[in-house]
Write a protein that binds this ligand. Sequence first.
Ligand SMILES: [Zn+2]
Length: 388
Amino acid sequence: MLFAFALLSLVSVFSLGSAYTDLSDDTLKNLPGPGDDFDIKTGSILAPILRPRVSGTKGNRAVRQHFVDFFKSQLPEWRIEMHNSTSTTPVSGGKQVPFVNFIATRDPPGSLQGDVSRLALVAHYDSKYTPKGFIGAIDSAAPCAMIMHVARSIDAALTKKWAAHGGDDFDVEHKGVQILLLDGEEAFKVWTDADSLYGARALAEDWESTFHTAASIYRTPLDSIELFLLLDLLGSARPRVPSYFKTTHWAYKHMARAEDRLRKLGLMKSSPNHAAKMAKRENKKPRREPHFLPEGNKADDAFMGGFVQDDHVPFMARGVDILHIIPTPFPSVWHEIIDDGEHLDMDTVEDWTRLVMAFTAEWMDLEGFLNFNSEERRDTSKSEFEIP
Ligand SMILES: [Zn+2]
């Protein structure tokens, strides 16, 4: 009996599959916040996204250019691609509207594209056609900004990790990160299968029939996606994100555990028990602390099969594993004209960013390579300055 138990726990350790290493408390404490870059008026990352950016319009193109500029100047090691498609919409009067997905990929140096499995960080960058002037701060300007800051924060650690393992570790040499900022998620009129997910549908379809060279480990770019981590409607206070899929509940549990640790370390700024809020409060008794991801302990038989229609659907239909981080219920500003920068809860935005960063760093086994000392930060700003 005892032997059987020991054997079982050994099996469960191996069945986690690829390595996933917890970050130390020290590393969690030092994960860099976005600082001024998330200022809604002047922030270099978030402010340029907070404008109407309906697919096919000037604003949409300008925001895409912002992504290109950011990666070219700050993350030159990432491979940038645009995925183009066109479609008519219910309001285009028969005209073709362009939909352009922005894709940035960082693979281990020297690896062949078809031999890398990737964590995909995904959000949509288009905004809704109505109401006029709609900004879509939670939908999904803030998630795009979160992903950009996460990419920037793990970039140097990826370089160090790959330099440290000189081709001696299969897992290290075959694991990359991919960012998908998708266009045309929103319906122009009423959400239907044809009027929604324009960019995601075209990309999933194209990638299904784009074949890597015959000797590749992964057949197509879709097979190369190890996990499709989709962020949507994030940035309002007190979100509650359930675990939607039994097949990826193990990944949800990893993120829920990271959240739990960040909370216990007092690092979640939106927490009613955060030091900054406690200092202003007379009654120091700890308050109840709702979690963003409260279903870490959900039982296998509690999954009802319900899910939210979003950019993951065309990928899920083709067998890609999905972790969908979207609150249920939706935040009250959803698809209202007040979903703008001023209505973001910035503490919550920062907390999500820190949590997604921790999850990504653990997924990519970056413990020991994340070093956020002041010297490194100075160096980064210097190199930015030198780029013409
Ligand atoms: Zn929307």
